[in-house]
Design a protein around this ligand. Structure first.
Ligand code: NAP
Ligand code: ZN
Length: 348
């Protein structure tokens, strides 16, 4: 076994604290990554606080993992020692269902294995708020040397989670696209939709983020709490991507769509959201959902971002600040993703 250490939530709603554990020895198809940086996703908070139910404790969160390969198994083809590598939200899937065959392991019909808050052979898996990870190479992502390593970590979740629906619903030039919520996912959606050539409108509840939104690529900004601003854009959007992490009014956002247009939600609040049928029926609108992206698409977004000079706007923190960072995310006080510098992780 490999000795590992990190930070874990011992129980729901308890602060994260130092934690030691073991990982499996690498098999022929595995690589070992020395973790350098890990992003802090709002999903880490939902799960560490058991807001979705069924959380497994102790929990080492973290699924925006980047680092350097320090060991490769005998059959590994695509990585060698010293390479950069990343791990996102998944570490395994059944490999033989129709979703896995089409490269959409996140929709594995037998259940994908997520990076943490999941089990392999009955044993809990631990995420990236830690010094190392062992992963099969087919679930590891190559990271271009053109990308800043720390700022590329959030691409592994926030990046692919917004890239995937923007591609699926074919966002591009000539389309008016709304992004709802300017947080970790929202700011990546804004950068990506802008780079795809769409006219992008940022919906926010935070007036203070307006200048940032424009600088990140928004053509227009709408304060979603102001009915007059909402009315001005009603019925005008080709597509809306909703990244909001808390319960909010979906009806007011659906009213922004054109006839036949779609709004897709990626935010997963702990509370169910009220959905008025009127907003859908009146203009034959659709409401969709989307979960991260497959491994192939995760590699695609990393490569796309390397080619287009896109990374996340990050605030680098020592691991000792993780509990404070969680509180700040809950207050929407982050520009726009916390990333943990694992060099600050204390050795037990
Ligand atoms: P985040 O950084 O906290 O951003 C969420 C944003 O939502 C906030 O910055 C805020 O933007 C807005 N917001 C918060 N509370 C609100 C409220 N009560 N009403 C309206 N707007 C509110 O979170 P994140 O890391 O981007 O994650 C967003 C959500 O996506 C989470 O629920 C997370 O679990 C989920 N997620 C889903 C997937 C997937 O595969 N589908 C993947 C990753 C994450 P403004 O200040 O601009 O209003
Ligand atoms: Zn995430």
């Amino acid at each position: 076994m490999i000795q590992s250490w990190g930070y874990a939530a011992p129980q729901a709603k308890q602060p994260l604290a130092p934690f030691s554990f073991e990982r499996r020895d690498p098999g022929p198809n595995d690589i070992v990554i020395d973790i350098k940086y890990c992003g802090v996703c709002h999903s880490d908070i939902h799960q560490a606080r058991d807001e979705w139910g069924g959380s497994i404790f102790p929990m080492v969160p973290g699924h925006e993992i980047v680092g350097i390969v320090i060991k490769v198994g005998s059959a590994v083809k695509n990585f060698k020692e010293g390479d950069r590598a990343g791990v996102g939200c998944m570490i395994d899937s059944c490999g033989h269902c129709s979703s896995c065959h089409s490269g959409e392991e996140q929709y594995c019909l037998n259940g994908a294995t997520f990076t943490y808050n999941s089990r392999t052979n009955g044993e809990p898996n631990f995420g990236g708020y830690s010094n190392n990870i062992v992963v099969q190479e087919s679930f590891a992502i190559r990271i271009s040397p053109k990308l800043d390593l720390a700022a590329s970590a959030p691409l592994l979740c926030a990046g692919v989670t917004t890239y995937s629906p923007l591609r699926h619903w074919k966002v591009g030039p000539g389309m008016k696209v709304g992004v709802v919520g300017l947080g970790g996912l929202g700011h990546m959606a804004l950068k990506l939709a802008h780079s795809f050539g769409a006219h992008v409108v940022q919906f926010t509840t935070s007036l203070s983020k307006e200048a940032d939104a424009r600088q990140l690529g928004a053509d227009e900004v709408v304060l979603s709490t102001d009915p007059a601003q909402m009315k001005k854009h009603a019925g005008s959007f080709d597509f809306i991507l909703d990244t909001v992490s808390a319960k909010h009014d979906l009806g007011a956002l659906l009213d922004q769509l054109k006839v036949n247009a779609t709004m897709t939600i990626v935010g997963l609040p702990d509370q169910p959201t009220y959905l008025p049928g009127r907003g859908l029926i009146g203009r034959r609108r659709s409401l969709g959902g989307s979960l991260i992206g497959g491994i192939r698409e995760t590699q695609e977004v990393l490569d796309y971002c390397a080619d287009h000079g896109i990374v996340s706007d990050i605030e680098l923190i020592p691991i000792s600040k993780i509990n404070e960072a969680y509180e700040r995310v809950l207050k929407s006080d982050v520009k726009y993703r916390f990333v943990i510098d694992l060099a600050t992780l204390p050795r037990p």
